[in-house]
Design a protein around this ligand. Structure first.
Ligand code: HAM
Length: 443
C-alpha cells in the first residue's frame, strides 16, 4: 500500500500560500506587541510532564497532553500551552531579570483534541505576558495589547467583544454566597465553563445533581442562575454587588473605556479552563454569527512563578491562537491579498546562463527577489510557470538584451511589456511592492 500523503490528524501542512498567510499574521502580531515594549523569547517544545501536573488543569493534562517516556525513562510532554514554560524561565532567573518583564512568544502547541472548526491538535499561539505588576494597570495594558492587535489587522470594535470576569468573584459566589465546598465548587466551575455548549435544561439537571439536598432546598440552583444570567452589574443580586472584586472589574472597564476600548463587558459565566488564574480573567469573542468563538483568553496568575520555589511574581497574560485568528480575519474579510516573495521571474532565451549572472546579481543586490528558470522549456511554458506561481513580473532575456543592457519587463497582471535599463526595472518592481503595501494599509 502506498504511504499516505495526509499530515497527522489535526495538524496542518503549510504549502507556500498557507505559510504566506502565517508569515503575514505573525508579522502583524510581532509589530503590534513590540509597539507596547514586549520582547520575544522562545523555549523547547518538550518539557518535563511534572510542569503541567502542578497547575494546568485536569482536562488538559489527563486528556489532551501528548506525553511519553524518553529513552532515558524521563516522563516528558509536548507543550500544550506556554504559560508553565515561561513561568519556569522567569523563576530560573528570578533575581537577575529587570521587572516588569514584557515578554511574548509564538510557540506551536499540541493538544489531543477532537479536531473541529477553530480547534486543531497543533496550533500556534501568541503568548503575551507581563511579569511584576500587581496593580490593575497590568490588566489594562494587556487588554490594550489585545485590542491593539485587532486594530493592527484593521478590525472594527463592533466585530469583537472583550468579556471580563474575576476568579475572586467566582470563588466568592460558589464558596461563600452559595456555600459549596471546595470539591463542589471545582465541579460547578467546570460545569459553568461548558454551559454555553449545552442546553439550559441539561445545565440545570447537572447543576442540581452537584448540590446537597439542603443546598437544593435553600435554592442554590436558582441563586446561582440569578448571578450567571446578570448582563449588567446592577442586575446582580443586591447581596453580591458590593464584593470588592466587582469594584475592580468596574474600574478596569472604566479605564479601558477611557482608552477608547468600549467593547468590554462583564460576564459572570466566564470561567477559563486553567486552575492557575487567581483574579481577573478575560476572553475575546468574535461577534460574527458564523464564528461566535473565543479568539484570545487570559488573566492574572500570581502564583505560578512561586511554584518553582522562588518568591512569587504577579503576572497577567493571554494566549491567542492562529487558527481562530485566521477564521476571524477571513470571515470579516480582513486578510489582504498576499503576493509571493519573488518579484521577478527570469526566462532565459538561448545559451545565456553565464552572461545572466551579472544582471541577476545586480537585481538581487538592489533588494529584489529574482528566480531564474533553468529548465530550457519553451518561453510560453516558462511564463506560464510564473503566472501559476502568482509572480508579478517576467523578464525574458536573450543575448541581445544582455548586449544592449536593456531588458523586457512584462507585468503579468496587466500584460504590459516595456523595455528598460536595470535601474529603471528595479524602481518599477520596487514601486509596485510599495503601492501594494500601502493599499493593504487601507483595508
Ligand atoms: P487557552 O484559552 O487554552 O489559554 O488558549 C488561548 C487561545 O489559544 C484560545 O483562545 C484559542 O484561540 C487558541 N487555542 C487553544 N487551543 C486551541 C486548539 N486546540 N486549536 C486552535 N486554537 C487553540 C492558554 O493556553 C493560556 N496558557 C493563555 C495564557 C497566557 N494565559 C496567560 N498567559
Amino acid at each position: 500500500m502506498a504511504l499516505s500523503t495526509q499530515p497527522y490528524k489535526g495538524a496542518r501542512d503549510f504549502y507556500p500560500e498557507d505559510k504566506r498567510i502565517q508569515k503575514y499574521m505573525f508579522g502583524v502580531l510581532r509589530s503590534a506587541v513590540e509597539k507596547y515594549g514586549y520582547e520575544e523569547y522562545d523555549a523547547p517544545i518538550l518539557e518535563s510532564l511534572d510542569l503541567y501536573l502542578a497547575k494546568t488543569g485536569e482536562e488538559i493534562v489527563n486528556e489532551q497532553t501528548y506525553a511519553f517516556e524518553d529513552r532515558g525513562g524521563r516522563k516528558v510532554a509536548i507543550r500544550p500551552e506556554m504559560t508553565p514554560t515561561v513561568s519556569r524561565m522567569v523563576a530560573a532567573k528570578r533575581q537577575e531579570l529587570a521587572y516588569p518583564l514584557r515578554w511574548y512568544s509564538i510557540p506551536n502547541l499540541w493538544r489531543y483534541e477532537r479536531p473541529q472548526r477553530g480547534r486543531l491538535r497543533e496550533h500556534w499561539q501568541l503568548n503575551v505576558d507581563i511579569f511584576g505588576l500587581a496593580g490593575v494597570e497590568a490588566e489594562h495594558e494587556v487588554i490594550s495589547v489585545v485590542d491593539g492587535i485587532l486594530q493592527a489587522f484593521h478590525a472594527k470594535r463592533s466585530m469583537y467583544t472583550i468579556k471580563l470576569n474575576s476568579r475572586k468573584f467566582t470563588d466568592y459566589i460558589l464558596r461563600e454566597y452559595i456555600g459549596f465546598d471546595e470539591v463542589q465548587a471545582y465541579s460547578v466551575a467546570k460545569l459553568i465553563d461548558r454551559m454555553h455548549k449545552m442546553d439550559r435544561a441539561d445545565f440545570i439537571v447537572q447543576l442540581d445533581a452537584l448540590c446537597t439536598p439542603s443546598q437544593r432546598e435553600q435554592g442554590a440552583v436558582e441563586q446561582l442562575q440569578d448571578v450567571l444570567q446578570a448582563q449588567r452589574f446592577t442586575a446582580l443580586p443586591a447581596a453580591v454587588q458590593q464584593h470588592p472584586s466587582l469594584a475592580q472589574i468596574r474600574f478596569l472597564i472604566e479605564l479601558l473605556e477611557e482608552s477608547g476600548i468600549d467593547n468590554v463587558v462583564f460576564d459572570a459565566t466566564l470561567m477559563r479552563g486553567f486552575d492557575y488564574y487567581t483574579d481577573v480573567v478575560f476572553e475575546v469573542f468574535d461577534n460574527h454569527p458564523d464564528n461566535n468563538r473565543s479568539l484570545f483568553g487570559g488573566g492574572r496568575y500570581d502564583g505560578l512563578v512561586g511554584l518553582f520555589g522562588v518568591e512569587p511574581v504577579p503576572t497577567v497574560g493571554f494566549g491567542m491562537g492562529d487558527v481562530t485568528l485566521q477564521n476571524f480575519l477571513e470571515i470579516h474579510e480582513l486578510l489582504p491579498k498576499l503576493h509571493p516573495e519573488t518579484h521577478i521571474y527570469v526566462v532565459p532565451v538561448g545559451d545565456v546562463f553565464k552572461q545572466l549572472q551579472k544582471p541577476l546579481a545586480e537585481l538581487r543586490a538592489s533588494g529584489l527577489n529574482v528566480a531564474l528558470d533553468t529548465t530550457g522549456r519553451k518561453i510560453g511554458a516558462q511564463i506560464q510557470t510564473a503566472e501559476k506561481k502568482g509572480i508579478h513580473y517576467v523578464m525574458v532575456i536573450g543575448e541581445q538584451e544582455i548586449a544592449d543592457g536593456r531588458y523586457n519587463l512584462k507585468n503579468l497582471q496587466t500584460g504590459v511589456e516595456e523595455k528598460h535599463g536595470l535601474s529603471r526595472i528595479v524602481t518599477i518592481a520596487t514601486d509596485y511592492r510599495h503601492v501594494d503595501e500601502t493599499e493593504d494599509e487601507d483595508i
